[in-house]
Design a protein around this ligand. Structure first.
Ligand code: NAP
Length: 415
């Protein structure tokens, strides 16, 4: 057997695993720092995107393959060094994503009441250790950014408890959302409507939210749609619809503002306003910046700080070391985009690494309880059972110790 380690059990890691299994001599150990698999599908995709989340079924087929082992709760760089991993396997593939949020870089961005989107997304998806964003106040929110993450954040906050009750968000998140419902979201986009990175479907999703005013200043929209950019034309058609709608009277409001790069965040002990160009001041309770992500350096692995990625050639970093997904090409593209990326990396690796007859890899990680695939299945059952108790399909368990306990003991004792 040729033994390969994949670091990261998100879509990129699992897609590359599936591609590697095409060669019959390959066995793959998939490591993840979380006790649970699926990476961004569990902790990044918005909870109301049930269809996107259903890719879990496809990912599960690969992770449940007899030639694959899942080793959850093991962090490379903390529990085991990359060098040790490389020494134990014929090859290592890093599929560690881009977990750092880009900084806003304006005066006042260190004030309480301003959070990076990653923190909010982690919180509402129940990532262990993620805490509720600063303070209780969340009535008027400015979301900064012109990409799909900004739309996710705006939509989830505007949904509130009632719009998320059918999803798997943890119970404490539903309660928190209920305690201070968001009534006003200002989406601040620094460029014009033709230059946003929103996908039309994500924009159109707001039209399904009940009791919501959608506000766009018609004078910001170009008179004619672009002829050579179908996505931009589709976005423009949606925005034009919104700009023509009467508004006022709904319980909640989304205002999209173009050419509105924030100049500063102001306030005494916490954010009270966003300063816009021309001296305009927008009073808010919370500011969320959704201005993109970047990779994090790992041990002594090469890293390009300018792009936040690991330099590579067709997926190869170095002899026996490969990359795939966002750490390879940057944080762009929907989940499916990681398939082609993974196929390229797997092809490079399989051409480099001949079939080898390596025995089982001894445990390379120190001390921590490891959650295996059957352990994850026990967590999965516990989350379904918890959901049933609350009248929902499933409820995410967010406490690390509880996940590890269930994932290593097999079942959760009923309280
Ligand atoms: P993104 O698509 O790269 O968008 C980042 C946005 O932030 C851009 O509009 C950018 O504006 C803006 N920005 C960057 N720096 C800024 C600054 N200093 N001040 C103000 N604005 C700034 O990133 P993302 O939204 O994090 O999404 C990451 C990837 O995940 C994307 O490929 C996205 O499509 C994908 N995703 C998909 C879904 C879905 O399909 N449902 C959901 C979430 C995420 P400029 O354009 O002017 O640089």
């Amino acid at each position: 057997m040729t033994r390969i380690a994949v670091v990261g059990a998100g879509p990129s890691g699992v897609f590359v695993t599936a591609a590697l299994l095409e060669r019959p001599d390959v066995r793959v150990d998939v490591y993840d720092r979380s006790p649970t698999p699926f990476g961004l599908v569990r902790y990044g995709v918005a909870p109301d995107h049930l269809k996107i989340k259903s890719v879990r079924r496809t990912l599960s087929r690969t992770l449940g393959d007899p030639r694959v082992s899942f080793l959850g709760n093991v962090e490379i760089g903390r529990d085991v060094s990359l060098a040790a991993l490389r020494g134990a396997y014929s090859a290592v593939v890093l599929a560690v994503g881009a977990p750092e949020v880009n900084a806003l870089g304006i005066p006042g961005d260190d004030l309480a009441g301003h959070v990076g989107a990653g923190r909010l997304v982690d919180w509402y998806n129940g990532r262990p250790g993620a805490t509720r964003p600063d303070g209780e106040r969340r009535g008027r929110v400015a979301v900064i950014g012109g990409g799909n993450v900004a739309l996710d954040v705006a939509r989830v906050l505007l949904h509130g408890r009632e719009g998320l009750a059918h999803t798997d968000v943890p119970e404490h998140v539903l309660a928190d959302l209920d305690a201070e419902p968001t009534t006003d979201v200002h989406l601040l986009v620094r460029r014009g409507p033709l230059d946003t990175r929103f996908t039309p479907a994500e924009l159109a999703a707001f039209e399904k939210l009940p009791d919501l005013d959608l506000v766009v200043d018609p004078s910001c929209l170009p008179a004619a749609p672009p002829v050579d950019d179908a996505a931009a034309a589709a976005r423009l058609a949606i925005l034009a619809r919104w700009s023509g709608r009467p508004h006022g009277g709904a319980r909640r409001r989304l205002t999209v503002r173009f050419h509105s790069p924030p100049v500063a965040l102001t306030g005494d002990d916490r954010v009270a306003a966003v300063q816009l160009p021309g001296g305009e001041r927008l009073g808010v309770d919370l500011v969320v910046s959704a201005v993109g992500f970047r990779g994090r350096p790992l041990d002594d692995c090469p890293f390009d700080p300018a792009t936040g990625t690991i330099p590579h050639r067709a997926g190869r970093v170095d002899s026996g070391l490969y990359v795939t997904g966002w750490i390879k090409r940057g944080p762009t593209g929907v989940i499916g985009a990681n398939k082609a990326c993974a196929l390229e990396t797997a092809a490079t690796l399989l051409a480099d690494v001949p079939p080898e007859d390596t025995g089982p890899v001894p445990s390379v990680h120190a001390g921590r309880p490891v959650v295996s695939w059957p352990g994850w299945l026990a967590i999965d059952r516990a989350e379904a059972a918890l959901g049933e108790r609350h009248g929902r399909a499933r409820t995410t368990i967010h406490e690390l110790s509880r996940l590890v306990r269930i994932g290593t003991a097999g079942e959760e004792r009923q309280p």
